[in-house]
Design a protein around this ligand. Sequence first.
Ligand code: ADP
Length: 455
Amino acid sequence: MKIQTRIAIQFSLIVGSLLAVFSFVIYQLFAEFREQEYYERLKSKAITTAHLLIKVDEIDRDLLKIIDKNTLTALVDEKVLVFDQHNKLFYSSLDDHVIHYGNELLNRVRKEKYVETSDDENEAVGLLYELNGQHYVILASAYDQFGRSKMANLRDILYTGLVFGILITVLLGVFFAGNALGPVNQFISQISSITANNLRERLDERKEKDEIGKLAAAFNKMMYRLEQSFELQRSFVSHASHELRTPLAALKSEVEISLDEKLTVAQHRGILQNIRKDVDRLIFLSNSLLQIVRPLKSSINSAAEVRIDDVIFQAQDELLLSKPDYRISVEYAQEPDNEKHISVFGDEPLLKTVFANLISNACKYSPNHQALIVIDFNETHTLVSIVDEGIGIPSEDLNVIFEPFYRSKNALAISGFGVGLSVCKRIVELHKGKIHVESRLQQGSKFTIELPNIS
Ligand code: ADP
């Protein structure tokens, strides 16, 4: 069922039930009021009759009957009966109307002194009248024609009001629900037209900052993030294919040269060495690409407690094996009296990749090939800084060097693929850590890694 219909039905049911309860209460209160008022009139009629008949000597029963008959204010179907103390009928106002009574009712009146009763048509009161030790029972009954016709009128008005009220509520419910949900329908048609080719499309953000306005703003933000990540993927694929094409093209021409030309053994050897270099580049590149795109969860399956300084020393040793001219020194900013301060829960080979990359960069981008590693900690984190005095990073690049394949202009003369830092960032984030960089052109760079320790 459409939300619009559901809101309209719920709204109508609520207002309809309220109207019905309200009408019912009004009708009941009015019915009670009419009945009470009528009993009061019957009571005063009964008292007047008893007074005239019993107390005023000049008025006898026949005269009273004539008075009753000719009273203009007489009630419809009015009848008054007076009984003496033996329950014998002593006076009856009119002869053609009937009051249904019996000894039971008369005895009840004697006991309770005042009784109100009604059948389907007439209301009646009975009261005990006492004079000079004599106890008379007076029964007065009549039909409240005027009050009952007012009741019927009121019932008709309330019924009509209720039907019209519900009808108007349904119409208003449909109108307001349609009005409130109109923008949502508009969003739905706008959203259905968005595909991967037009991710720049945005929803119309309304001026009002209501829920619908917030929904549109949140959707637009999500679209922006989607667009960014699509853009990133596109540039990643184009960079990756470009980086792969260069060594592949070199490989092809080297193979062609060795096939076509009549070369000496030494020349063949030289070409094969070049081919090996290109294949190494390709292996390195494809490994890096795998690390970038591999789902993060599966990589940290083999997590264990790892001492960060151990990992740094291992990375240093491995690096020095292939680059003996690099100068790498390691320092502790403060003595770690508890090894937990410099231990993290993580994947050792992945963490080694991070430090090897950063130390290698520090040496590679510094004319003196020197790097200083400072190990520090606080209550919650182990902190490692890799400092160099190299070429530095342009300030406008500081935000983007962690993107895959991004390389600063001042680094292009030095060999590299631009994937190392993005791999580092992914691994550090996988360990719930942070990586950031401070740098000044021609003065040097400082990469800092914060990893939650196990203390
Ligand atoms: P690569 O070093 O292979 O180019 P990275 O992802 O490791 O790839 O680095 C990306 C870019 O960041 C580098 O091309 C370089 O411009 C810049 N960079 C990284 N580390 C340093 C550093 N220590 N000093 C100066 N520039 C750096």
